[in-house]
Design a protein around this ligand. Structure first.
Ligand code: GLA
Length: 386
């Protein structure tokens, strides 16, 4: 991949370039907690978006995506949301460049192996790769947190997804061999070693990428806020579901609409599972951690209603398979990948068994990715000084 983009940039634009890479992410537990100011436990993985970039003198941003065989060209003074993936590039320019525009034209080539719509945050990886590229090239001196926040704003304003900060943060702050326990209220974080040489982290792609995902996602956010607005009447220290405990929620259950109650119930429980899960990981107790993953999936499916038939089928089938410690749907939901912890010696047979079980039911072979926890976004090759 990295070689392809190097060759293609040279062939297509015929000049020197700067190359950046930004990874997709996994999240071990703590789903939909980020925009509720709770905790998440993501990690960057060994799948990246690579972005090659060099200046031009055309007053245009020319972009080319190798996988899609697509080319676009935008005037520099016209950064507004567009359909499709270039919106993330335009959004990042708008968010981080002075006066919301590029001071000179740029040629950009993008490639990657983070599957799109699989819950592995390909869009956050694209924003991070481009943000890092602009930051370096124009000496903007923005911190990684500022770049992550710009990526999040880009999702909000250029892609209409009211997402939290987890994906961008993980892509930019990932550390090889470590999970990031991030407190999304104050952005404090702790690296937790994920040092289990006998375990493989396998993502099983449900191959479902739900078209309603972003409107449903935004609706979940509103439902959580509706719960907070009511519960706050009983404790003015409540600013988000992060501040709500089980007792308070149960005491006022009757005052909440049933759907709102279920959403709140999931988030309150998920934050508790994450805290307990981190303790189990530190004690090397993957059996106990795995049970929390199943409980997380159950909540995502029943209370938060962001799963789908295919994901539920995969998790319940995986649960009975040999060598599996835990599994659950990962990311925004409505499909995407099932993150699974599998013993190394069972990994190969696990993949072939789950592929054939799924194929038998849905007549499609699910892609499976064995992933390694890796470094966050980085400059692969700088360009000589301007
Ligand atoms: C998407 C969003 C994240 C997070 C997850 C669910 O990946 O981008 O901010 O909310 O869904 O945990």
């Amino acid at each position: 991949m990295e070689m392809d983009i190097r060759r293609q940039f040279q062939q297509y634009f015929g000049k020197e370039y700067q190359l950046t890479a930004a990874p997709g992410r996994v999240n071990l537990i703590g789903e939909h907690t980020d925009y509720n100011q709770g905790f998440v436990l993501p990690a960057a993985i060994d799948r990246n978006i690579w972005l090659a970039m060099a200046p031009n003198n055309e007053n245009r941003l020319n972009v080319r995506a190798l996988e899609y065989h697509e080319n676009y060209s935008f005037l520099l003074d016209d950064m507004h949301p567009v359909k499709g993936w270039p919106t993330y590039l335009l959004g990042m320019i708008y968010m981080i460049m002075p006066e919301h525009r590029l001071p000179l034209g740029m040629d950009v080539v993008v490639t990657g192996n983070v599957p799109v719509g699989a819950g592995m945050s390909s869009s956050a990886a694209l924003c991070s790769a481009f943000g890092l590229a602009l930051n370096e090239f124009f000496h903007l001196a923005l911190s990684r947190l500022e770049l992550a926040l710009a990526g999040q704003k880009t999702e909000h304003q250029f892609a209409n997804l009211q997402c939290g900060i987890m994906d961008q943060f993980a892509s930019l702050q990932g550390k090889a061999g470590h999970l990031i326990k991030l407190d999304c209220r104050n952005m404090e974080y702790e690296y937790i070693p994920f040092n289990f040489p006998d375990i493989r982290l396998i993502l099983v792609n449900s191959m479902v990428s739900h078209s309603l995902a972003s409107s449903e996602y935004n609706l979940r956010r509103q439902q959580c806020d509706a719960g907070v607005a009511i519960l706050r009447n009983y404790d003015s220290d409540i600013h988000s579901l992060r501040d709500v405990g089980t007792d308070l929620l149960e005491t006022h259950r009757k005052e909440l609409d049933d759907t709102v109650y279920k959403r709140c119930h999931f988030i309150v429980g998920e934050n508790q599972r994450l805290q307990a899960g981190c303790d189990f990981l530190k004690q090397n107790d993957l059996d106990a951690f795995g049970k929390l993953m199943y409980a997380s999936h159950e909540g995502l499916s029943k209370d938060y209603a962001v799963s789908c038939q295919e994901s539920d089928f995969l998790v319940s089938t995986i649960k009975d398979m040999k060598g599996v410690k835990g599994a659950r749907q990962m990311g925004g939901g409505f499909g995407g990948c099932i993150i699974t912890l599998v013993e190394k010696d069972s990994a190969e047979i696990f993949i072939s068994d789950i592929q054939s079980a799924y194929e038998k039911k849905y007549r499609r072979i699910p892609d499976c990715y064995s992933t390694i926890i890796s470094e966050g976004a980085h400059i692969v090759q700088p360009l000589a000084e301007l």
